[in-house]
Design a protein. Structure first.
Lengths: 469, 581
């Protein structure tokens, strides 16, 4: 058995080591420390998948039911998989990009790493909220200090939007506490019936708006593209890979699984919110010429598919929602990594100025093609399962959901166009001296590909990680 | 056990990137794999005909529903598997000749993936698996069509092919979702037995969606434009994808799912679309001057014959025509490919100057075209016998007109390319061998009809309309002889060609482009709106910045202000705590 507390302890040791080395002026490579932490965390996570995990609980304040209670719920493990693996994979772009203030960066990075994992295993809502806030604040600093263009404005936008969502979430938690007398998730789940319908509606709307901001959905998605373009590659990988999934996780755990009656009452509206967001966002994405923006907008498409699956309240839809979030975590991570490599090599991400890169960089082309094909939901790769299950779940309760598949068609159009502009055609003279990606980059992208292909062929891995819903 | 058929090509796809070009030649691996596939398919046909094998595997199950992938070994599936593996083998053989100067690993790996997907498609026993392979066929064809990626037109053609067929994929997925929600099973045999349990409206909707899927994959009206462009790919790719396999998949699923098709009275739609398509294709073939493009239009026309047969409740005829078409069309494509490599042109008027009548390709071309035209005793004649079995008088007349047009463009091709004699072409073994084998089958293959009719229930008869057809072919051939062999500068035909171009090519492409532009325009509008939305929030934040500038006054560095603020805060906290705790 693996003690869940380990996921807190290992990053904490890393943080202490980095801080001590700064204070004592002992040379210690921050990158190597962080890598060691990441590897250790991965090791205990995958051992835990085989051996099982042991819960941990320590009460801090009894009167308001504040404890650090780490216990896996039905949704924990798939999201933990993302939050354990992706930050480790994002270290490679981080090593290249982060050249100033490394000590602070890796401290924040490990803080995020620890909190990400903890968010998904916290059974106590106060603890959940604390970790949630640590992530947002630390991420704000990452964009603000190490970001690219317009980072100040992007980081402020990110902070204001997501903080607003956090407070709504806190409001929902307080409502739950008032009526069930507990901040413990398992207690709330069993006592949720005692919340009157009118209050439950309010609580659900709080959670919903928080999720609309965090996932994000129309009309509160505008912070996302700016944050992505502003963030360094490592930030984008974390943002699309895990941070957005926190919104989906909160929606499932505190929204649809808790307030099923309320969801049923609003179901057609919620479905249309998902459908509209999907169609709207692919139209917006089709007008973009910056590859990173294309990927950023497209993340909203997959989150809205997850939203449709989640609000369908069917078993298939719920599993589909979780699956598409996990799958999109890896695919978006891969696409953002590639966008970062592209920027590093060619100094641009404008698809109209690129061209013919496949001539010089066949491995780069292969991985980009794989990621694009995966993101378009081609069977055998992971997104297909998620898309199919989410739409299947949505169709079972609201047949018009099938319209949402049109968005995938439009996405096919602009992604293939991007692939053609970047990879195919004649090589632009500016790029004659390009070299293919390095072995370590190939290794990193292969790990992404490994997860994408494995989950696409053996989706039961994720389903078995989840409990009964 | 049926999965054994799929293993060799899958292994080849995995092995070529790993060991290809290092220890083994990629072409050898792919060729060997396809040979083994063919042998296995033959063995299955030999041992399991009429056994209706059905093997079910559960992929995963959720909420009491199982997502099954099943393999089906009915007569249709096994015969299709044999056909696909045979044509693949021939094409790979030809590729050794054609692709010898191209990147081997990439070509053979993509080819293996394609053949694997196509083999999987024809033996799928569950809609889920069928869809999986259907999509994989689409993606691998995208890669193959865009093989010469440095050429702008080739990568554009690949993109176009995938987007066009993806319309059908989306329709297919929707149909599967509807059927699965109604039946709680993906199994095809179960679907064919119990479709009566499905709500008729839902059944009709899903059939319409399936028809759209088939039309887009088979390049029928209104989706046909991707196929001629796809000729940008290497010729062996065209020979495989656009004769026997990918485009035939559309007709194949309609035949496979014909019981639900016939339960919904939608077959007339298919008939009308196929007639429209065949006329457009024949006219476009008549004006084209590119050998491969003429074959592409001819393929669209032949596919529309299959759809026509399905539409008139003659699935057996459709299948036999599919088999026949696979043989003669891949033969003709291989001839075009050989000419392209040896003489480096596929323009028929340039080929005319090469004096090809005395070359060894003269008779294979003639055989292929005679088979296309249904002239006895070639294989196509027997296909026409079964194709026209259930035609009524109206269809007979239409079909005779079609035969006339087909003869016109076929003989135009023939008389132009083989105009005069003189040149003696090389006989590269890897091109000669498949062409000869396919020619022999095109000549003798007709007897297969009498062998297959008991397994696939292919009806056939020699009737008066068949003789009328032959007469119209002869007429077409004669007119073609006068127009194109004796003198191609007749003004009448010029006017005719020009008008056909105006009617069908330009306006229709404009329409499609307009549709694409409309989506792009909608995207631009949405983007503008999104920008406005974003700046709206920016304005909001400016207001809050101003507010913060106001509140900043309280943060004046005066310790007393801070202490009083802290006190007020603590008081509020205590007050809140008293309420909640």
């Amino acid at each position: 058995m693996i003690q869940l507390l380990g996921f807190i302890l290992i990053p904490t040791i890393g943080i202490i080591a980095i801080i001590l080395s700064k204070i004592l002026h002992r040379p210690l490579s921050e990158e190597k420390t962080t890598l060691a932490v990441a590897l250790a965390t991965n090791f205990i996570f995958f051992s835990g998948l085989i051996l099982g995990f042991q819960s941990f609980s320590v009460t801090i304040v009894n009167s308001i039911d504040f404890s650090f209670n780490f216990q896996l719920n039905a949704l924990s493990l798939p999201f933990m998989l993302l939050s354990v693996v992706l930050p480790a994979l994002a270290l490679l772009p981080a090593k290249k990009e982060i050249t100033v203030n490394k000590g602070l960066f890796y401290t924040l990075y490990l803080l995020i790493y620890m909190s990400l994992i903890s968010v998904f295993m916290s059974n106590n809502l106060i603890a959940f909220f604390i970790f949630w806030e640590i992530i947002l604040i630390s991420f704000f600093f990452i964009i603000a200090y190490w970001g690219e263009e317009n980072r100040k404005r992007a980081s402020m936008k990110f902070l204001i939007f997501t903080q607003f969502g956090s407070f709504l979430l806190l409001g929902a938690f307080i409502i739950m506490f008032i009526y069930t007398g507990s901040f413990t998730l398992t207690t709330i789940q069993s006592g949720v019936e005692s919340i009157p319908f009118a209050v439950a509606q309010v609580a659900f709307v709080f959670v919903l708006v928080a999720a609309i901001i965090k996932m994000p959905l129309f009309p509160l998605h505008v912070w996302l593209p700016d944050a992505h373009v502003g963030a360094p590659t490592v930030g984008s990988i974390l943002l699309a890979g895990v941070l957005l999934k926190m919104g989906g996780y909160a929606l499932l755990l505190f929204g649809t699984l808790l307030f099923q009656n309320v969801v049923r009452a609003f179901q057609p509206w919620l479905m249309w919110l998902g459908i509209f967001t999907a169609i709207y966002i692919v139209l917006v994405a089709s007008a973009q010429t910056d590859f990173k923006r294309i990927v950023a907008y497209s993340s909203v498409l997959y989150m809205s598919l997850a939203f449709i699956g989640a609000v369908s309240l069917t078993t298939i839809g719920t599993y589909g929602a979780v699956f598409i979030m996990v799958s999109h975590g890896f695919i978006a991570g891969m696409l953002f990594t590639i966008a970062g490599i592209m920027k590093e090599k060619t100094k641009t991400r404008e698809i109209n100025t690129l061209g013919g890169l496949n001539v010089k960089m066949p491995f780069f082309g292969m991985f980009l093609m794989l990621a694009i094909v995966a993101t378009l939901g081609v069977p055998g790769l992971s997104n297909f399962i998620g898309e199919m299950l989410s739409v299947l779940g949505g169709y079972a309760v609201y047949p018009l959901v099938l319209i949402v598949l049109l968005s995938i068609l439009i996405a096919t159009g602009y992604y293939l166009n991007a692939a053609k502009r970047i990879l195919f055609g004649n090589l632009n003279k500016l790029f004659v001296s390009l070299t293919d990606i390095s072995y370590i980059e190939r290794f990193q992208l292969s790990i992404f590909s490994f997860f994408i292909i494995t989950l696409g062929i053996l989706p039961a891995i994720i389903f078995n990680m989840m409990g009964n819903i | 056990m049926l999965y054994i058929i799929l293993l060799p090509m899958l292994l080849s796809f995995i092995l070529i990137p790993l060991i290809g070009n290092k220890r083994f030649r990629s072409d050898a691996i792919a060729l060997m794999a396809s040979g083994i596939t063919f042998a296995i398919a033959l063995a299955f046909l030999f041992y399991y005909l009429n056994h209706n094998l059905y093997e079910n595997f559960t992929w995963f199950s959720l909420g009491g529903l199982s997502f099954d992938i099943a393999l089906l070994g009915g007569n249709l599936n096994l015969i299709m598997a044999l056909l696909v593996s045979f044509i693949s083998m021939m094409v790979l053989l030809f590729s050794v000749f054609y692709m010898k100067n191209e990147p081997q690993e990439r070509y053979y790996a993509e080819m293996s993936l394609f053949i694997f997907s196509m083999m999987g498609l024809v033996i799928s026993g569950s809609l889920l698996l069928l869809y999986i392979f259907w999509e994989l066929v689409g993606v691998s064809s995208y890669l193959l069509i865009g093989f010469y990626y440095r050429r702008e037109s080739a990568s554009a053609a690949g993109k176009k092919a995938l987007i066009m067929t993806r319309i059908g994929d989306i329709a297919f997925l929707s149909a599967i979702i509807i059927l699965f929600t109604s039946l709680h099973s993906f199994s095809i045999p179960y679907l064919l037995n119990s479709y009566s349990m499905i709500n008729p409206t839902l059944l009709a909707t899903s059939v319409v969606l399936l028809i759209i899927a088939a039309l887009s994959k088979s390049a029928q009206f209104p989706f046909y434009t991707w196929l001629p462009d796809a000729m940008e790919g290497p010729t062996p790719v065209s020979a495989l994808l656009h004769s026997a396999t990918m485009v035939a998949a559309g007709a194949f699923i309609l035949v496979l799912l014909s019981p639900i098709l016939y339960a919904t009275n939608l077959s007339l739609v298919i008939v009308i679309i196929s007639i429209i398509t065949s006329f457009i294709a024949a006219l476009l073939a008549l004006k084209s001057i590119d050998f491969k493009r003429i074959l592409a239009y001819s393929t669209i026309e032949s596919l529309s014959f299959m759809f026509l047969a399905v539409g008139v409740f003659n699935t057996g005829g459709a299948v036999f025509y599919l088999i026949t078409h696979a043989v003669f069309k891949s033969l003709l494509f291989l001839i075009a490919g050989t000419l392209l490599i040896l003489l480096s042109t596929q323009n028929i008027y340039w080929l005319k100057r090469k004096n090809l009548s005395s070359s060894w390709l003269y008779f294979p071309t003639l055989i292929g075209l005679f088979s296309l035209l249904g002239i006895p005793p070639f294989m196509g004649f027997f296909a026409h016998l079964s194709l026209g079995y259930t035609f009524n008088i109206a269809y007979d007349i239409i079909f005779a007109a079609m035969s006339f047009l087909t003869a016109l463009f076929s003989f135009r091709l023939f008389f132009t390319v083989f105009h005069s004699s003189g040149e003696r072409l090389l006989k590269p073994i890897f091109s000669f061998l498949p062409i000869v084998i396919l020619s022999i089958i095109s000549v003798m293959g007709g007897i297969l009809l009498f062998y297959l009719n008991s397994y696939l229930s292919i009806p056939y008869s020699i009737t008066l309309p068949e003789i009328v057809d032959l007469a119209s072919v002869a007429l077409g051939g004669y007119i073609s002889f006068i127009l194109f062999y004796k003198d191609e500068h007749k003004t009448g035909i010029r006017v005719f060609l020009a008008s056909s171009e105006k009617i069908f090519k330009i306006s229709y492409n404009d329409m499609l482009n307009a549709f694409g532009n409309a989506i792009l325009y909608a995207g631009k509008l949405a983007n503008k709106f999104d920008f406005a939305l974003s700046s709206f929030y920016n304005d909001l934040s400016d207001v809050s910045f101003k507010a913060s500038a106001f509140s900043r006054r309280f943060q004046d560095g005066d310790v007393e202000t801070y202490i009083s603020a802290i006190l007020i805060g603590v008081l509020i906290l205590i007050f809140l705590g008293a309420i909640f705790i």
